[in-house]
Write a protein of this length. Structure first.
Length: 422
């Protein structure tokens, strides 16, 4: 009798586990999803991306495809004032990629050591004492979000420039912390023990740049990164961006509101255009000659792409760049995304081996830029990128659980029927 009942239950359990495995592996490998287009032509991808964007809805959109280091196709659209290649967008956390290049420039110049305690360079502010040794907080770990900080920032910004905190005050407790963020920069876990996204870590790097360079963060970034890369309009200065020509900032319902002001420039408040961001991406491709349009050497750029953090067994982070997916040539598709209120979403991706990339700047849509960039990664490589995986994982888990639950239920019914017959 026991054997008769055990067989259907074990069969159902095996089927449930197999179903869950197939669903999750298939989801991670993109088995059941088609690319936006089966054509390899950038013009065809752009047409499919435009259709996707129109269905999703947006306020402003700048979309540029890069092939072999040159612009292959572009599309600009707006529900309000026209936007174009020189319209400035606030790019939220995509700012971190720009800022990381500035930090690595100081490393390359010999002014910073990647693995020295940041406390060696700070005079204006210090990490508060705690149970973990702050000497483990290094430039490398701040860039890769492995310094043990638990601020959870996320900055919502300030409505007026007069409300902006000093760097020191913001590091102590950010008054514009996004909902749910602790907001205080402190060492809460053993540095190097794991990955935890930290906007506060980049605000600390902002202070570090100012202390070491003797310049304001914006002045240093312009001189050492933006101008060498040909980014003529990019700035961290809100007033300068307004004077140059800001795109409208749309919310998800189609209304507009002013861009907010930030202490946390390095983490969330660069203003840049599609044209400038293309130049930034091009500055990191191998086709550019050394010293021409390149703030960093190829060796330093390669160092930034080395894995420094992983989740679920997959490499996800280098030094200031996300590692979105393998590129099929032993490297990664790299870049960064940005997302902030009311509905700002930006994304950039680069295959450093081919010089192919995508730039998407958008306001007024929910994660449209991230989704389009993720679709580009899948179109180029056949791999599901890190953020697309994260956004779709909940649905895949529900499908796996539903199928597994149905099999277990059928197994239970089968066992009950066998018991009744006997």
């Amino acid at each position: 009798m026991i054997k008769a009942l055990t067989r259907p239950l074990l069969t159902a359990l095996a089927g449930a586990l197999a179903w869950a495995a197939v669903v999750l592996v298939g989801f991670s490998e993109g088995w059941a999803r088609p690319p936006l287009t089966g054509s390899k032509a950038p013009s065809e991808f752009l047409a499919a991306a435009r259709s996707y964007a129109e269905q999703a809805g947006f306020g402003n959109l700048a979309l540029v495809l890069i092939e072999d280091g040159t612009v292959a196709a572009a599309h600009y659209a707006s529900a309000g004032r026209p936007v174009g290649p020189d319209s400035l967008f606030q790019v939220a956390s995509l700012s971190k990629w720009l800022s990381a290049v500035g930090v690595m420039a100081l490393v390359e110049d010999g002014a910073l050591e990647l693995d020295a305690p940041v406390s060696n360079y700070l005079t204006r502010w210090a990490l508060p004492p705690g149970p973990h040794d702050a000497d483990g907080v290094t430039v490398r770990r701040l860039l890769s979000h492995t310094a043990g900080l638990d601020d959870g920032l996320g900055y919502a910004g300030f409505a007026a420039a007069t409300d902006v905190q000093t760097l020191e005050a913001s590091l102590t407790r950010a008054q514009d912390a996004s909902p749910g963020a602790r907001g205080a920069v402190r060492v809460a876990a053993e540095p190097g023990s794991g990955w935890a996204y930290s906007g506060g870590g980049y605000t600390l790097l902002q202070l570090l740049v100012e202390e070491v360079s003797g310049q304001t963060f914006n002045d240093f970034m312009k001189a050492r990164v933006f101008l060498p890369a040909g980014m003529r309009a990019t700035t961290f200065d809100h007033g300068e961006a307004r004077a140059t020509g800001l795109a409208d900032n749309f919310d998800a319902s189609g209304g507009s509101e002013p861009f907010r002001h930030y202490t946390s420039l390095a983490a969330t408040s660069a203003y840049t255009s599609a044209r400038d961001l293309v130049e930034f991406v091009r500055s990191q491709t191998p086709g550019q000659p050394e010293g021409s349009g390149r703030p960093l050497s190829l060796a330093t750029l390669q160092e930034m792409r080395q894995p420094h953090a992983a989740r679920l067994g997959e490499d996800i982070w280098g030094l200031g760049v996300m590692l979105y997916a393998p590129n099929g040539a032993g490297d990664f598709i790299i870049g960064h995304d940005g997302s902030n209120e009311p509905a700002i979403n930006t994304a950039a991706r680069l295959d450093p081996d081919t010089g192919d990339g995508i730039v998407v700047l958008e306001t007024g849509g929910s994660l449209l830029a991230t989704r389009l960039a993720g679709e580009w990664v899948f179109w180029k490589t056949g791999n599901v990128d890190t953020l697309m995986f994260s956004m779709g994982l909940g649905g895949a888990l529900r499908l796996a659980a539903a199928g597994a639950g149905a099999m277990l239920l059928l197994g239970g019914v089968w066992a009950w029927l066998r018991w009744r017959r006997r």
